[in-house]
Write a new protein. Structure first.
Length: 367
């Protein structure tokens, strides 16, 4: 058989360029598709695992905070039955109130004989004590109001919505307090607290409010400044009198400057007024501050009087909730800076060993 010519071999063995390009395209598309599906698989697996991790961590936090629902139900069944509507039976781990002392009737072991290391330990002790729905813990190494570090006072409060009644609060209060809430009650309390804070902010920031200050010395040294917001729109009688006394335009040219805080009651009030007179001419109450506002927190300015419509410009800075003053004394402003000065003045209570030391208003005015 005659062999084929050389040109035939070279022609048949030469790769077709069009076929080569098609093959390359197919390989490229295959690689792209493979990479795409691999990426999707990785993302899917990562998301699933990440989601599982998030859910697991969230569940762990929830269980630490409230406990597993089944466990809580079992614990409730095994715990001694107490027909006590005040017992909330919540869980520990919720935010505590720093610098606050909750009120209530002491239950269980007396606090001085119930020493623990942390507020969590105190809360867990409350969980185990029938009737306990609030607690007070001393976390200050130097002690709290004459009590020693670690004291855990277990208390029972009467229902007050989802909020807790406080005996005192403020930076000078060394106690840490907490309460037992169910999940529902906790969120209800948070919602109620937000509403109260929004109302306070709205009152503080009203258009027409006036800002003022006292520069106060205690003893021989100037301690610092207290700043106020005065509710001029809602309490015009009191604010007008206050502004006049800032400028020493009271009776016989008397005013706040040079006067001292002459009535100080521990964890209650710091009271002051013009040094040499009754202040301004007697003026009427402002109904809004008398009936709409409550003595429910530190720093409120509350008018001093001797009965209805007998105000003269003397007033108190309230340093703790004082509901018994409601509807008797007009609230016309609040402290917005200088809390530490207010507490330093309050420390001059006559029952404390600071003889002869006075808190004097060295300077005052509007801002």
């Amino acid at each position: 058989m005659r062999p084929l010519p050389g040109w035939w071999w070279s022609t048949t063995r030469r790769e077709n360029p069009r076929r080569k390009r098609a093959t390359t395209r197919r390989k490229l598309l295959f690689a792209i598709n493979a990479a795409f599906f691999l990426a999707v698989a990785i993302i899917f697996l990562g998301t699933t695992r990440g989601g599982e991790k998030v859910v697991t961590e969230e569940r762990k936090r929830e269980e630490e905070r409230f406990g597993d629902a089944n466990d809580a139900e079992k614990a409730a069944k095994t715990r001694a039955t107490v027909e006590d509507k005040d017992k909330i039976g919540g869980k520990c781990g919720l935010p505590y109130d720093l610098h606050a002392e909750y009120a209530g009737t002491v239950v269980g072991t007396w606090g001085e004989n119930n020493l623990v290391s942390t507020p969590d330990d105190c809360c867990r002790a409350c969980e185990k004590t029938d009737g306990c729905n609030a607690f007070v813990f001393c976390g200050d190494k130097n002690g709290c109001s004459g009590r020693k570090f670690g004291e855990c006072w277990l208390k029972k409060q009467e229902p007050n919505g989802a909020m807790r009644v406080k005996m005192s609060e403020g930076m000078d209060v060394r106690w840490t307090s907490g309460a037992l809430y169910s999940r529902k009650e906790f969120f209800s309390a948070q919602s109620e607290k937000r509403k109260v804070e929004e109302m306070k902010t709205k009152q503080r920031e009203k258009v027409g409010n006036v800002k003022a200050f006292f520069d106060v010395s205690i003893g021989s040294s100037v301690r610092g400044r207290i700043e106020f917001v005065l509710y001029a729109e809602d309490c015009p009688n009191h604010v007008n009198a206050f502004r006049a006394l800032l400028k020493n335009k009271g009776v016989n040219g008397d005013g706040y400057q040079g006067s001292n805080f002459y009535r100080i009651i521990d964890k209650f009030i710091d009271q002051t007024g013009p040094a040499h007179s009754k202040g301004v001419e007697v003026f009427a109450d402002d109904d809004y501050g008398l009936y709409n506002l409550k003595h429910d927190r530190f720093g409120l300015l509350s008018s001093a009087n001797s009965g209805p419509n007998t105000n003269t410009g003397h007033f108190s800075i309230v340093v703790a909730p004082a509901p018994h003053l409601d509807t008797h004394y007009t609230i016309f402003g609040e402290v917005v800076a200088g809390d530490d000065i207010v507490w330093a003045i309050n420390a001059l209570d006559k029952t404390k060993p600071r003889p002869g030391v006075k808190a004097v208003i060295e300077n005052c005015g509007e801002l």
